[in-house]
Design a protein around this ligand. Structure first.
Ligand code: PEP
Ligand code: MG
Length: 537
């Protein structure tokens, strides 16, 4: 038996087999090739394999989701036969004496840019398809397959690191636990593990030879056991049972009000990243959704989600929540959440870079598509919208003007929509200092303590080395929360916390004494917090 210590991201115990996961290689290397004829042949073979994969996917999808939805795979296979595309790949190989992977990646980028610049919406949308087919051929050439996110049986996933875009594509029912070498407790992958209620450990020197071995993740004590001995296995199985018992006890609080003994009511909501998380929200009896990180929808796809695709998702969430509040945050792409198809330039300081509302206010077509989908979906439930990374009143005024334009366009097109509350996230010290003015502009604030702590303490939340300095109880952050609540309440603006601090059970009393109106936490924290609220005076 081997034993390793790491840092716990989500408490829980997982027992199962290890799957060693190799991260996706994003950069394609340029190599000099002497025999270009052989390289062109290598490309031809990879292309045929990619087409065969697509035909197989098409057949499978026809059975599972119907011919109309499966058609995308047929179109992709046809695109790979396109003469211009193929000529370009071969020319690059022959004229530049380079490897096929590089020629395909460059062709993919060039064609995708060309399509993106076209006026016709249909051709514009093909830009992402070109990138997708090129990625597929590059994956075949480099021996990777796109189906790597599917596992045959539930596994303990071991990896150097996991990007949020990789995590969201994995089948949650096949994940018993995550163990990674890198990553910090405030990263989005960590947040996803908590939301998905998957035991997770970080900071463990992982080894490829563990693949297929039996293991236990003890997320209570932060320990990973490889090939555990019988007595440890038994001890862990007993602990697992005990945790189930505790969950059962908490389950008795389902259906009870979130109210203190003196009658102060708290909105106890849950955070989600996708439609599938709604099941956990309902299972844990949250009174609403306080943060739907809509950008995960963008991370799950290889193209900008269309208005219709987004509308269906928001509508489903609103309908499933049956009248309970659903606060959807607009696109917060950037920093650790990157999508290839937006072609965002590499930045030295992405956390303080071109992200979130800054993208939306400069690429208003993307923003308006999302707003249209949100307002259309608002008719089917109780949707509220909030905007991330705000720093000024001017930004909020610009957002409101765009919202009004969208509403006007929907009116003209004959669409109806519900009464939608508008809010902003308080995640920057600037927003805290302007909260007296900002609260006159919106219906609610939601304090994003993950970023607020990062920007206040000047500590990169992604940097695992700084975890020991990332003091989430720092008085500066707590004073800011107090200040925001006081300023907001002067202007009838209600205030919640949706960052990870909201789930810190040692602070629940303090937040309620400060006057907080809402707490939005990972679904598994709803009942433990309800217990505390109901015990408070
Ligand atoms: C936050 O910053 O606290 C927050 C809730 O947003 P995210 O974690 O997605 O950046
Ligand atoms: Mg944030």
């Amino acid at each position: 038996m081997e034993k390793y210590s790491g840092k716990t991201i989500f408490q829980g115990i997982a027992i199962g087999k290890i799957k060693f996961y190799q991260n996706e290689e994003k950069t394609v290397k340029r190599c000099r090739i002497e025999d270009t004829t052989e390289e062109v042949n290598r490309y031809e073979t990879a292309k045929e394999t990619a087409i065969a994969q697509l035909n197989e996917l098409y057949q499978k999808a026809c059975k599972e989701v119907g011919e109309v939805n499966a058609a995308v795979f047929e179109v992709h296979a046809m695109m790979l036969e396109d003469a211009d595309y193929n000529d370009s790949v071969k020319n690059i190989i022959e004229q530049q004496n380079v490897n096929a992977e590089y020629a395909v990646a460059i062709t993919g980028d060039n064609f995708s840019k060309m399509f993106a610049e076209m006026d016709d919406e249909y051709f514009k949308a093909r830009s992402a398809d070109i990138l997708d087919i090129s990625d597929r051929v590059v994956a075949v050439l480099s021996g990777n397959t796109k189906e790597k996110y599917n596992f045959d049986e539930p596994v303990i996933l071991v990896s150097d690191d996991l990007a949020p875009s990789e995590t969201v594509q994995m089948d949650k029912s096949k994940l018993l636990a995550f163990v990674t070498r890198y990553g910090s407790s405030n990263s989005h992958t960590a947040i996803l593990a908590r939301t998905m209620m998957i035991p997770a450990l970080i900071g463990i020197e992982i080894k490829e030879e563990w693949d297929g071995k039996n293991a236990i993740v003890d997320g209570i004590n932060g320990i990973l056991y490889i090939e555990p001995e019988a007595d440890i296995l038994q001890e862990m199985q007993e602990k697992q049972q005990k945790m189930l018992q505790e969950r059962k006890l908490l389950a008795e609080l389902k259906g009870k009000e979130d109210v203190t003994k003196s009658g102060k009511k708290i909105k106890l909501f849950a955070n989600i990243g996708s439609v599938s998380d709604v099941t956990d929200v309902l299972k844990n009896d949250a009174a609403g959704i306080g943060l739907f990180r809509s950008e995960f929808l963008y991370l799950q796809q290889d193209h900008l989600p269309t208005e219709e695709e987004q509308f269906q998702v928001y509508k489903t969430v609103a309908e499933n929540m049956a009248g309970r509040k659903v606060i959807i945050r607009t696109l917060d792409i950037g920093a650790d959440k990157q999508v290839d198809y937006l072609h965002l330039a590499k930045e030295d300081n992405p956390a303080m870079g071109y992200r979130a509302i800054r993208i939306c206010l400069t690429q208003t077509d993307i923003f308006k598509t999302q707003l249209r989908a949100l307002f259309r979906a608002s008719k089917f439930g109780n949707i509220a919208i909030m905007f991330p990374m705000i720093i000024s009143v001017d930004e909020v005024k610009k957002i409101k003007a765009i919202v009004n334009e969208v509403k006007q366009e929907l009116d003209n097109a004959g669409f109806s929509y519900g009464n939608v509350e508008l809010g902003i996230m308080i995640e920057t010290p600037a927003a805290v200092m302007m909260s007296d003015e900002l609260s006159k502009e919106v219906d609610f604030f939601s304090i994003g303590t993950n970023d607020l702590t990062q920007y206040t303490l000047a500590i990169d939340r992604q940097n695992a080395k700084l975890d020991e300095f990332y003091d989430s109880h720092h008085p500066a952050v707590l004073r800011m929360i107090q200040m925001v609540i006081q300023n907001a309440h002067k202007n009838n603006c209600w205030v919640g916390i949706c960052g990870e601090l909201g789930a810190d059970l040692t602070l629940t009393r303090q937040f309620i004494e400060m006057g907080i109106d809402e707490l939005s936490v990972s679904p598994s924290f709803v009942l433990p917090i309800r217990k505390i609220i109901r015990e408070l005076d």
